[in-house]
Design a binder for this molecule. Structure first.
Ligand code: UDP
Length: 505
């Protein structure tokens, strides 16, 4: 089919490569399985090259529409990452309607729109020219504030690359969910009560609740929104289709999956499309030096250490981690980022690359002393490929949701070291619910001393607890592989959403 005959979908990921990656995966699947053409609209915050590199690797039928980086100078210096992530979309929501590229003939690979500007004291926009008339718009799958989606693009669905554990509806007592829900829901039907089982205590989630910005912006009355928006039931009952597609799956989060999949009047249908994330087979990664290094290591012997696209530690904590790895006497592959200056663990989130040579912050002599057992990689590694390498036997990470799913798909158990946003809730779920992670005691507060790092790392790689989480993650790996077989539950869910869109294209 030519692109003009193809159904067209626009995807709007939240800023940050960690959210672009699963959207890119989704785009590839929509093209390959359903013959869609896809436009990915990127809301940049920094001039990072990472999104452009990823986008240029996508199939021909996936084009991109890039907004120029947004200056965020007037956000308070201590603004949480969730506020920063939401700001470009908030600006866009009050700027002229961006014209989505025409679906025919082939899209330009990248189109730039003017940069919206921030005015002092908030995210309001400067006076606007009259808005052009609304164009017919394709169904969209978005993860941005409701106003933006409805006003500009007419969204049909949202996809969330986050755990269900981080959703209030799955982690709050049923009574409070009910009271939130019943106040505005078209129906007063209470959400289903949670079942019991091996799932973490709700109090554990509450204790691990994330930053205030996350909490306030993520808590919708339906309990289904994401940090920067998501599904709304506002127009439920108007006949408009809506869907919510978390990238999780039932074996990983059984109770949450059960709650989300209940039919509740006024709530959009939920399709569990997980584990949807990069496959680990990326030709561009093939030549990576760290993969060659892994080829030379014994099977299952290497601890992979990475805090995702932008997680950073303080200088003191970075030193304790280094010395703890050394003390553990385990092999390791560490993606090192420069430490955060002001204690902001998400400092490198939008830039991905460290500003300075990150190795210069390591303790004196560390590199030489660990040369035989450790490999250090600055800023970025082909993570999915590393996790899928036979030499990788454990993963110390910040519990970002995408890399967690990648770890499960590769059958690699984790040491949980949450840093920001919903990662603390993920850590609780991974330790107490899915039981695929060991957790550093209160890693998120204060400095974790080297002895603790060494103890937990050693336990994961060699100890009895390590054996248990290895076994458990192997089970989940199998479950995730079954979901990703042809006819498996993940593709069935994705196909259901795609078929709805086709019917409306
Ligand atoms: N990633 C990668 N190499 C790195 C760091 C991250 O390929 O060095 C990828 C990782 O595989 C995952 C995504 O970036 O797909 C990170 O997303 P996640 O939600 O796990 O964490 P975030 O970076 O958004 O905090």
């Amino acid at each position: 089919a030519t692109s003009s005959q193809r159904p067209h979908v626009a995807l709007l990921p939240t800023p940050g490569i960690g959210h672009l990656i699963p959207m890119a995966e989704l785009a590839k699947l929509l093209v390959a399985r359903h013959g869609f053409s896809v436009t990915i609209i990127t809301l940049a915050i920094s001039a990072s090259k990472a999104p452009a590199t990823l986008l240029s690797s996508l199939p021909h039928s996936v084009s991109s529409l890039a907004l120029a980086p947004v200056p965020l100078d007037d956000l308070p210096p201590d603004a949480h990452i969730e506020t920063t992530m939401a700001a470009p979309a908030t600006l866009l929501s009050s700027s002229p309607t961006p014209s989505p590229p025409s679906p025919s003939p082939p899209f330009p690979s990248t189109t730039s729109l003017p940069t919206p500007t921030l005015r002092p004291h908030g995210c309001r926009h400067s006076p606007l020219p009259p808005r052009p008339p609304r164009r017919p718009v394709p169904p969209t799958i978005l993860r941005q504030p409701r106003r933006l989606r409805h006003r500009h693009l007419g969204t049909d669905a949202s996809m969330s690359p986050a755990s269900s554990a981080s959703r209030p509806i799955c982690s709050s007592p049923p009574t409070s969910s009910h009271s939130r829900s019943s106040s505005t829901s078209p129906s007063s039907t209470p959400p289903p009560a949670a079942s019991t089982g091996t799932y973490p205590r709700r109090s554990a989630y509450r204790a691990a609740s994330p930053s205030p910005d996350w909490t306030s912006s993520s808590r919708s009355r339906t309990g289904l929104t994401t940090p920067t928006g998501g599904c709304s039931t506002k127009r439920a009952g108007t006949g408009r289709r809506r869907a919510f597609s978390p990238t999780t799956f039932d074996a990983m989060e059984p109770e949450a999956a059960n709650i989300l999949q209940q039919t509740v009047p006024g709530r959009p249908p939920v399709y569990l499309v997980g584990p949807l994330t990069q496959s680990g087979k990326n030709e561009a990664d093939e030549g990576a030096e760290c993969l060659r290094w892994l080829d030379r290591q014994p099977k299952g012997s290497v601890l992979f250490v990475s805090f995702g696209s932008g997680g950073t530690l303080s200088m003191a904590q970075m030193a304790e981690l280094a010395l703890g790895l050394e003390l553990s006497r385990q092999r390791f592959l560490w993606v090192v980022k420069s430490p955060s200056d002001g204690g902001d663990a998400s400092e490198a989130y939008f830039t991905v690359q460290s500003k300075e040579d990150p190795f210069r912050f390591l303790p004196a002599g560390f590199v030489d002393r660990t040369r035989e057992v450790g490999l250090l990689v600055p800023s970025w590694a082909p993570q999915a490929a590393v996790l899928n390498h036979a030499a990788t036997g454990g993963f110390l990470s910040h519990c970002g949701w995408n890399l967690t799913l990648e770890s499960v798909k590769a059958g690699v158990p984790m040491v949980a070291w949450p840093l920001f946003a919903e990662q603390r809730q993920n850590a609780v779920m991974l330790e107490e619910g899915a039981r695929i992670a060991l957790r550093l005691p209160r890693a998120e507060e204060g400095i974790v001393p080297r002895e603790e790092v060494a103890r937990v790392v050693k336990e994961l790689m060699e100890g009895e607890e390590g054996k248990a989480v290895h076994q458990r993650v192997a089970e989940l790996r199998e479950a995730s592989a079954r979901r990703l077989e042809e006819g498996g539950a993940a593709y069935t869910a994705l196909d259901a959403v795609a078929n709805k869109w086709k019917a409306t294209n």
